[in-house]
Design a protein around this ligand. Structure first.
Ligand code: MG
Length: 268
């Protein structure tokens, strides 16, 4: 009800549109928003210096020759699969490590996961589907990134290959249609930059859902999407309480030949 009163008041005052009136409106709106209500109250500052801050100082990040930030955990740089094991039995991952610094799904050998567990993070990963196109629909170069082994960001070749849109490349599988289809041509490299906010639980109870934002080749394709629970191929998504967990890469089992390279994470 209070929101309604404020909105009506704002509309009424906007009709006057005096400079003085605008300031009053701005304060009224801000003070009605939860969370930031206490930040901008009191006397309005009258100098630019009064609203300048000098702490905290952001840490300085350096980039290496491959544009990997100095505070990142490198999960794959072409040298080997030391950071990865099979999901099935935790044995050393045996996907193909290629001479060009990439790795490729070893068909029907199984999904692999990181040895490390992650919570909220910025994940950079590059991938490509093979230039030689085989199969149709969901069977064409299907892989995927299961964040925390539960929340799949779909990877597949959708170039001239339509499928259900909440299962196409860049979808949160069966939950969120991507905002755009930004894939490079088959056989060329793509980048995914994923900002993931991990869900929070109090015992078994969900107190904060997960959120994901994704840039595909620099194009925003998921914008702070509220994840609805663990991805399900059949059935509804549902949250189950969990802590930090690995990143999992999918072997879809139909000769996907999807390749990955330059994988790193910054923990948030
Ligand atoms: Mg997949």
């Amino acid at each position: 009800m209070r929101h309604h009163i404020v909105i009506i008041a704002v509309l009424f005052m906007l009709s006057g549109c005096q400079e003085q009136g605008k300031n009053i409106i701005a304060k009224e709106i801000v003070s009605d928003l939860e969370g930031i209500s206490q930040k901008y109250v009191g006397e309005e500052p009258t100098t630019p210096e009064a609203t300048e801050t000098y702490e905290p100082i952001p840490p300085k990040i350096f980039l290496n020759d491959n544009y990997v930030p100095s505070d990142a955990i490198v999960l794959f740089d072409g040298s080997g699969l030391e950071e990865w094991v099979y999901v099935s039995d935790s044995s050393a991952a045996q996907w193909h490590v290629m001479e060009d610094g990439s790795m490729m799904v070893k068909d029907k050998s199984g999904d692999i996961r990181t040895k490390r567990n992650f919570g909220s993070m910025q994940l950079h990963i590059e991938w490509k589907s093979p230039a030689e196109v085989i199969n149709e629909g969901q069977s064409r170069a299907n892989s995927g990134i299961f964040i925390q082994q539960r929340y799949e960001i779909q990877i597949m070749d959708n170039n001239d290959n339509a499928t259900y849109t909440n299962g196409q490349v860049g979808s949160v599988y069966k939950q969120a249609v991507p905002l755009a289809m930004a894939s490079a041509p088959s056989g060329e490299w793509n980048t995914f930059d994923i900002i993931f906010e991990a869900p929070e639980f109090n015992g078994e109870k969900l107190v904060k859902p997960a959120y994901v934002t994704i840039l595909h080749n620099g194009v925003l394709i998921q914008n702070h999407f509220e994840i609805e629970g663990s991805v399900k191929h059949v059935g509804w998504p549902i949250y189950e309480a969990h802590g930090k967990a690995p990143i999992q890469l999918q072997d879809h089992g139909d000769n996907s030949r999807v390749s990955y390279r330059n994988i790193w994470v910054r923990e948030l």
